[in-house]
Design a protein. Structure first.
Length: 299
């Protein structure tokens, strides 16, 4: 079906001028003269039969029609730019992956050499997000995230999160931990990006929340380093501490419980490298050991 669109140059000129608020700024962005921007905008107005700007040339203001047109045009140009970048980067063998910082450091990076061995021609570029800021799917080829709601297509579920209390053997040797209530009064380590972790774990056991008054750290990575150093008890996701627990560097006296969170992956549609990466993620998840179940309850 034939498209009925005005000049693409005219649309670009209007979108830049409307977004930046000045014809001269639009001219600088598009590497043309301000006069060229003005002519293109007038051409678009003539084509549409609508006024898009009003006011003086130095300080043009958008009309109601201009304000209505701008968001859709900006989104369309953003999508075109994203699609072009994806094609170029895929041809160059690059893959932009975004995930939580502690997940990247303690789970993804230690396994990434296996992906590199399988796909030596793909360069994985890692970026980190945090639990409060949702990463934009338009910026990245693959986003690994955490969510509480049911997984919807095209999001892929990787694994459910399990939480458990962990501490260093040297600290455990000085304590009597027969029941969860024995943690009361101990330094319960907290993480600024996951302040609800202790509450979620207690809720999963059906017990009242513990008073977590231990040191607070910026990220889980530092929290777990403190636990390994015997500075207190951490409540941590199994996938971040599995190696330490299995090696005996951390003890989990009460096992692990499902938190209700799920780790998921979202990938850019029709991106071959992203699909390869997500398939590899699924293979890695299949090899993950299951956590020890909760052996004690409540008070």
């Amino acid at each position: 079906m034939k498209r009925h669109l005005p000049s693409l140059n005219a649309l670009r000129a209007f979108e830049a001028a409307a977004r930046l608020g000045r014809m001269t700024a639009a001219a600088d962005e598009l590497s043309v003269t301000p006069g060229a921007i003005s002519r293109q905008v007038r051409q678009l107005e003539t084509s549409l039969g609508l006024s898009l700007f009003e006011g003086s040339k130095n300080k043009p203001l958008l009309t109601d029609h201009g304000r209505a047109l701008l968001p859709g045009l900006s989104a369309a140009f953003d999508q075109m730019e994203s699609s072009l970048r994806a094609v170029v980067e895929q041809a160059q063998g690059t893959l932009d992956v975004c995930c939580l910082g502690s997940f990247s450091m303690r789970w993804l990076i230690p396994r990434l050499y296996r992906f590199n061995a399988l796909h030596p021609g793909i360069e994985v570029r890692l970026s980190t997000s945090n639990a409060q800021a949702q990463p934009s799917d338009e910026r990245y080829d693959v986003v690994i995230d955490v969510q509480a709601q049911a997984v919807q297509e095209p999001t892929r579920e990787l694994f459910p999160e399990y939480l458990g209390a962990v501490l260093a053997p040297a600290l455990a040797a000085t304590l009597q931990l027969d029941k969860v209530a024995d943690l009361t009064g101990l330094p319960l380590l907290r993480t600024r990006t996951r302040r609800n972790a202790w509450t979620m774990w207690c809720e999963s056991l059906g017990i009242p929340p513990l008073d977590a008054t231990g040191a607070e750290f910026e990220h889980y990575y530092f929290n777990l380093e403190a636990a390994l150093g015997g500075l207190g008890v951490s409540v941590a996701p199994w996938h971040l501490v599995a190696d330490e627990v299995r090696a005996g560097r951390l003890l989990a006296p009460f096992g692990f419980q499902r938190s209700g969170y799920r780790y998921v992956a979202r990938s850019r549609a029709r991106h071959q490298h992203a699909e390869s990466f997500c398939q590899w993620l699924a293979q890695e998840v299949e090899q993950m050991p299951l956590p020890p179940e909760c052996s004690l309850t409540g008070s």
